[in-house]
Design a protein around this ligand. Structure first.
Ligand code: GAL
Length: 428
């Protein structure tokens, strides 16, 4: 090769390299940032502490990844779910977001905005460790779309022990005993029950637990077959319950209602066991069995109301690598045993380390395995389609105001009759 030819060849190679480099720079995808955005509604004492513990496990395993925690207060996801739908529709999906197992997932599945995570369920061995009842609730169309992090029990009454002791009260086991306790407290000038239904769902939550005293009614309700005649006795009991609640209930959130039990201005509250997380959080500092106790909603002792928090993986998550790492931690034994003792729930995994849980949660672990009835919460997304669950909050809220048993029974029954229920539950 003569000199000129050599120069030309070198120039061509250099030009090709430069052009190639520029083109690569312009069209190659930017490397994935080491970041994961997780959306949730855990903002109350206990909830936020538990999430921090879960994030710590993630950060120990992924120390150079930034966790962006996007919280929307409101409890039960009432506010966060609206934001999630807006973001998903606008193509601004986070990497992972909180949702309940069961029906609550259906609109997202139908809109095809979730990534199936069958591969993770396979590689992480989750099929072997999550209870079948939960596994069935996170599958749609034969695929897995969520990782459950816990099982909360919803049919619990939390009470202030000092108030009970000062009034010589013991834990009631029947509805009549419960009403007698309420009457004694009221006569003593203490508001018996704390309710905080500013965001409506805590009233639905209480109604649901009363309905669970009649499992056949509950099953008919979630299968879309309940009648107004079946609902009337339930609403009658609920009406009795409402006769003992604080007058400012409409101004308070669920945790502010717990705050009334904490401050000794109310004696009891029906709430899921995130209330235990509230009372035992560092900000409150109570110990279960010392300052506060719990009993099962009278009539539901052999029943276990399920509220299952999950995390989902949207399609188009901007950081899929870290989203998957997050989900792995959510489903891991280590993650669940760090999160749940603080949250008040039990691990969803059947191989949880029982020694990490207090006596209340150990009871729940045992009860879950032996309960006569496992019922999926309606107020917490699992039991009924969203077209029922969401307007039900309004109907119950109307009942809390007008206390008209027969009008509400027929309004709720016709709401349910007008909605298609693709799933058939068998809980009795
Ligand atoms: C439930 C949720 C619980 C708890 C509660 C109050 O729906 O599953 O984890 O956080 O809301 O926010």
């Amino acid at each position: 090769m003569n000199k000129t030819a050599l120069y030309v060849t070198v120039a061509v190679i250099i030009t090709a390299l430069v052009v190639g480099g520029v083109v690569y720079y312009l069209v190659a995808p930017a490397p994935e940032e080491k970041k994961v955005e997780v959306c949730h509604w855990w903002t109350a004492p206990g909830e936020e502490d538990a999430l921090a513990a879960l994030q710590d496990v993630f950060l120990t395993e992924n120390p150079d990844v930034v966790v962006l925690s996007t919280a929307v207060a409101g409890g039960a996801g009432v506010k966060m779910k609206a934001l999630m739908k807006t973001r998903l529709l606008a193509g601004e999906a986070p990497d992972s977001f909180q949702l309940h197992a069961g029906y609550e997932m259906l609109p997202y599945y139908e809109a095809a905005v979730l990534e199936d995570i069958d591969d993770l369920w396979e590689t992480e061995g989750w099929k072997a460790v999550f209870p079948d009842v939960v596994e069935a609730m996170v599958m749609w169309g034969g695929h897995y779309y969520a990782v459950p992090v816990n099982i909360h029990r919803v049919n619990i009454v939390w009470y202030n022990k000092a108030i009970f002791e000062a009034n010589n009260l013991t834990e009631p086991t029947t509805w009549d005993e419960f009403i007698t306790v309420c009457g004694t407290l009221q006569d003593a000038g203490i508001t018996p029950i704390a309710l905080g239904d500013k965001y409506k769902w805590p009233a639905t939550h209480a109604f649901e637990q009363i309905m669970a005293t009649e499992p056949q009614v509950y099953e008919d309700f979630i299968n879309g077959e309940v009648t107004s005649a079946q609902l009337e006795p339930i609403l009658t009991k609920f009406n009795q319950y409402l006769g003992y609640v604080n007058t400012d209930h409409g101004d308070l959130t669920w945790d502010e209602a717990c705050g009334k039990v904490y401050a000794e201005t109310c004696a009891m509250t029906i709430m899921g066991d995130w209330a235990k997380g509230y009372f035992t959080a560092p900000a409150k500092g109570w110990t279960y069995g010392l300052e506060f106790g719990a009993f099962k909603v009278p009539g539901t002792a052999d029943k276990f109301g399920l509220c299952i928090d999950c995390f989902e993986h949207p399609k188009d998550a901007p950081h899929p690598t870290w989203a998957k790492e997050w989900l792995k931690v959510v489903g891991s034994k280590e993650g669940q045993d760090a999160f749940n003792p603080i949250k008040g729930s039990i691990a969803c995994r059947t191989d949880a380390d029982k020694t990490k849980y207090d006596v209340y949660s150990q009871m729940c672990i045992d009860d879950l395995a032996t309960a006569a009835v496992l019922f999926p919460s309606i107020a917490h997304g699992s039991g009924s389609p969203e077209e029922v669950a969401s307007p039900l909050n309004d109907k119950i809220s109307e009942f809390v105001t007008n206390r008209d048993v027969s009008a509400s029974a027929s309004a709720i029954a016709s709401l349910i009759a007008g909605v298609s229920h693709p799933k058939t539950w068998d809980i009795v």
